[in-house]
Design a protein around this ligand. Structure first.
Ligand code: HEC
Length: 205
C-alpha cells in the first residue's frame, strides 16, 4: 500500500516536471516560425557540440584563404547555402525565417568562435533535427574546407562580392522568365505580351 502511494506520488512528480519542461521548450506551440527561448537554444546548441567527436574540433584547415579559394567558396555558398543563410550569412531569408531552429547569423561571435574543425564538421554532417543539411560524402572534402574559409571571411564581405554572389543564386522559373524577357529586350526583340506591329501584314485592298 505504502509503496504504491509512493510510486504514484513519484509518477505525478515526474509527469509534472516533464510537463513544465515541455511548456518551457514548446512555449509557443509547435510553430516553426516562433523564436526559440534562450534555454532551448542553449540546450540545442550544446547537445550538438557534445555530439561532435572530440577530434573533429581540433582539425586544422589544410587550405589557405587565397583569392581563388575564397572566390570558389563564395560562389559555392551563393549556389548551395544562401537560400537559407543569405549571401551575407545573416540568415534572414524567406526559408530561414520559417525554420525552427533558424539559421544563425554566421558573422556573429556564436559562429565565429567555433573552431575551423567544428565548422567543417557541421558542413559535412549537417545538424540533426534542423534544416541544416549534410553536404559531405561527395568525395573530396576541399569544398567544405573552402566554405570554412568563406565563413571566416563573411564579416568582411564587400558589396561587390555580394553582388557577384547574387548572379550565382539559384533561380526559379519566374526569375528565369524575367531574365529571358530582359535579354530579349536588350537584344531588340519585342517584349512578350506586347502586341506585334501589324505593318508587315499585306494590304487589304
Ligand atoms: C535548407 C536550409 C539550409 C541550407 C541549404 C544550409 N544551411 Fe547551414 N544551417 C541551417 C540551419 C537551420 C542551421 C541552424 C542549425 C542549428 O540550430 O543547430 C544551420 C547552421 C549552419 C552552421 C552552424 C552555425 C553555428 O553557429 O552553429 C554552419 C557553419 C552552416 N549552417 C553552414 C552552411 C553552409 C556552408 C551551407 C552550404 C554548403 C549551408 N549551411 C546550407 C540551414 C541551412
Amino acid at each position: 500500500m505504502k509503496i504504491s502511494v509512493l510510486l504514484l506520488g513519484g509518477a505525478v512528480v515526474v509527469l509534472g516536471v516533464g510537463a513544465a519542461a515541455a511548456a518551457l521548450l514548446l512555449h509557443d506551440g509547435v510553430s516553426a516560425s516562433a523564436t526559440p527561448t534562450r534555454a532551448e537554444a542553449f540546450l540545442a546548441r550544446n547537445a550538438r557540440l557534445l555530439a561532435m567527436p572530440s577530434n573533429a574540433r581540433a582539425m586544422v584547415n589544410p587550405l589557405q584563404p587565397t583569392a581563388e579559394n575564397l572566390r570558389e567558396a563564395r560562389l559555392h555558398f551563393a549556389d548551395h547555402c544562401a537560400i537559407c543563410h543569405g549571401n551575407d550569412g545573416n540568415g534572414d531569408t524567406m526559408l530561414g525565417r520559417g525554420m525552427y531552429p533558424k539559421p544563425p547569423d554566421l558573422r556573429m561571435a556564436n559562429t565565429q568562435n567555433l573552431s575551423d574543425g567544428e565548422l567543417f564538421w557541421t558542413i559535412e554532417h549537417g545538424v540533426r533535427f534542423t534544416g541544416m543539411p549534410a553536404f559531405g560524402g561527395h568525395g573530396s572534402t576541399d569544398d567544405s574546407w573552402k566554405l570554412v574559409l568563406f565563413i571566416r571571411h563573411l564579416p568582411q564581405l564587400t558589396a561587390e562580392e555580394g553582388m557577384e554572389m547574387g548572379r550565382y543564386n539559384p533561380k526559379g522559373p519566374e526569375d528565369r522568365e524575367e531574365e529571358q524577357d530582359e535579354n530579349d529586350f536588350l537584344n531588340g526583340a519585342p517584349a512578350q505580351g506586347t502586341p506585334q506591329p501589324k505593318s508587315s501584314a499585306p494590304p487589304r485592298h
